[in-house]
Design a protein around this ligand. Structure first.
Ligand code: F6P
Length: 334
């Protein structure tokens, strides 16, 4: 699976998306811009303690979460980087109260949804962080505020950047999933993970078990099942939770396993946001052969009602997600 020819991202998009059609050209521009911003962010994140960019920014985002300085830096870089790109009609960001219409939201064919910094509770502890992006085909609507919110079924490309020991950009444009490692010296993302396939099974599970008492009782049964000893199914599974969805999902994609953030008594829709967290990662995971659902419904079939709407998420290895869904429905694996 690990590629040896280290093709640069720009060349890969050109070759892989089929040369001169408009889709290839538009994705080339958009992904090129994401890579450019990702390089800047990788540099800024690595130097954040030196630049005084750790800690809180002083305000809350629209979801009521305290913004970190890096959330603001990353959001500004992305918004600035995508202003003036004619193909983007609207930008939705976790850090912006309202959708942004670059250049008045004129003729662009796509809507860009971003989580500029995923896992920002990790900024102070030098833990992994991410950036998530989803590119949706714009559905009709006039210019300006008349552009409708995208639906999951309209997503055409998605990916994430994982800022860890190396910086990795993983993307799909609907035909497989590819990972590129940043060579900072060369200033290029180079292909290192060709056609990522998520193993159907895996023995890692990732969740914030602190919320367990508020969950559906059947999820308690699921946790009993994953921690039960059964060598035939390689149980007990091992718990791994980093607090950055991108990093936890990346493990599942490479080694197998699942991540879940269910709804709870006071928060039936959980924590994660549909348009810039769940749907992009669901699209990418399905492209890698995995699955993503709320536990009862496929993420990409949910209807969008508001820009920052939340939904429960279970995502990762196809068989493991199916077992989780079985427990949620019946209190047993299927
Ligand atoms: O907001 C997204 C996120 O930071 C994910 O990256 C992460 O998995 C989750 O929230 C962590 O939330 P909690 O602190 O509730 O475990």
């Amino acid at each position: 699976m690990v590629g040896t020819d280290h093709l640069p991202l720009s060349r890969h998009v050109e070759m892989h998306l089929g040369g001169d059609g408009p889709f290839a050209a538009e994705m080339g521009t958009i992904l090129g811009r994401i890579a450019f911003i990702g390089r800047r962010l990788s540099h800024d994140i690595a130097r954040a303690p030196l630049l005084g960019r750790l800690g809180l920014a002083g305000g809350d985002n629209v979801s009521g979460e305290a913004q970190k300085k890096l959330d603001v830096v990353a959001n500004d870089l992305l918004v600035e980087g995508f202003s003036g790109i004619g193909s983007i009609a609207m930008i939705l960001s976790e850090e912006l109260d309202e959708p942004l219409l670059p250049d008045g939201g004129g003729g662009g064919a796509y809507v860009l949804c971003i989580d500029p910094i995923d896992g920002s509770s990790n900024t102070e502890i030098n833990g992994p962080l991410g950036t998530i992006f989803g590119i949706y085909r714009r559905r009709g609507g006039g210019a300006g505020a008349g552009i409708p919110l995208p639906q999951g079924s309209e997503i055409v490309a998605a990916g994430y950047i994982l800022y860890g020991p190396s910086t990795l950009l993983v993307y799909t444009a609907g035909d497989g999933v590819y990972g590129f490692t940043l060579d900072a010296g060369q200033g290029e993302f180079l292909l290192t993970h060709d056609r990522i396939r998520c193993p159907a099974k895996g023995r890692y599970y990732s969740a914030n078990l602190g919320g367990r008492r508020g969950w559906d009782l059947n999820l308690g049964r699921y946790l009993d099942w994953v921690t039960e000893k059964d060598p035939g199914t390689r149980r007990p599974y091992s718990l791994r939770y980093i607090g950055a969805l991108v990093a936890d999902l990346h493990r599942s994609l490479i080694e197998g396993g699942l991540y879940f953030y269910p709804g709870s008594a006071g928060k039936p829709d959980g924590k994660l946001r549909l348009l810039y967290e769940c749907a992009p990662l669901a699209f990418l995971t399905e492209q890698a052969g995995g699955r993503a659902s709320t536990g009862t419904r496929r993420i990409l079939e949910l209807e969008t009602h508001t820009a920052h709407q939340r939904c429960p998420l279970v995502i990762g290895s196809a068989d493991e997600v199916a077992i989780y869904e079985g427990f949620l429905k019946n209190g047993k694996p299927n």
